[in-house]
Design a protein around this ligand. Structure first.
Ligand code: FES
Ligand code: FES
Length: 213
């Protein structure tokens, strides 16, 4: 008697007939999952609830009217939209480049009411009534701006990625009157980074366009 007890204790317990096998467990839970998923799809009120929640979380947007390169635009944009994204993504003006998107490289430089700004750091919705000039707005038809021509003459670029920002910044530098010497130009253009290291020729181009060469 004691021997029988000992042997039966050493054997794996016998599964009761009502305990599901691994296979039936998986089949059952899969089916239940399907029912839950189907329930989610057909449960109109709960789905509407999700849509309402998404709508409630939609970011606020605003209407803004501004002039870009002499053309008036009125757009409705997410309040967080930068001027750079407005120009590139909404107005199709891709001349201004996104380098760092953090105010450190100057590739996105444009003129706002005649002043140089990093468009990546400027909120579009704050520019109601502003006059914006991008690199696309410098030439007059086929006639390049003198600084654009000077960049060509001085071979002041390699990859060209920084060039639109350099040219717009150079135009601002000239309008501000900071072209008294190569050192002054270098100082007032120092916010524009050129990874290709074209600084000497960029300064020469600004000197040429400002009549110093
Ligand atoms: S992209 Fe705006 S400063 Fe670099
Ligand atoms: S020309 Fe290449 S980064 Fe300036």
């Amino acid at each position: 008697m004691s021997t029988e007890t000992s042997e039966s204790a050493a054997l794996p317990p016998t599964r009761p007939s009502s305990t599901p096998s691994r296979r039936t467990f998986i089949a059952t839970t899969s089916a239940a999952g399907g029912v839950i998923a189907a329930g989610g799809l057909v449960a109109g009120p709960s789905l509407l609830g999700v849509e309402e929640a998404v709508a409630a979380e939609a970011p606020p947007s605003s209407r803004v009217s501004l002039t870009v390169n002499g053309k008036r635009y009125t757009v409705t944009v997410d309040n967080r939209t930068s001027l750079l994204d407005l120009l590139r993504e909404h107005l199709g003006l891709t001349g201004s480049k996104k380098g760092c998107n953090a105010g450190a490289c100057g590739a996105c430089t444009v003129l706002v009411d005649g002043r140089r700004v990093n468009s990546c750091l400027t909120l579009a919705v704050r520019l109601e009534g502003a006059e914006v000039t991008t690199v696309e707005g410098l030439a007059k038809g086929d006639q390049l701006h003198p600084l654009q021509q000077a960049f060509i003459d001085q071979d002041a670029f390699q990859c060209g990625y920084c060039t639109p920002g350099q040219i717009v910044s150079g135009v601002g530098c000239m309008q501000e009157g900071h072209t008294g010497s190569a050192e002054e130009i270098r100082e007032w253009m120092s916010g524009n980074i050129c990874r290709c290291g074209c600084y000497v020729k960029i300064v020469r181009a600004v000197e040429q366009a400002s009549g110093r060469k």
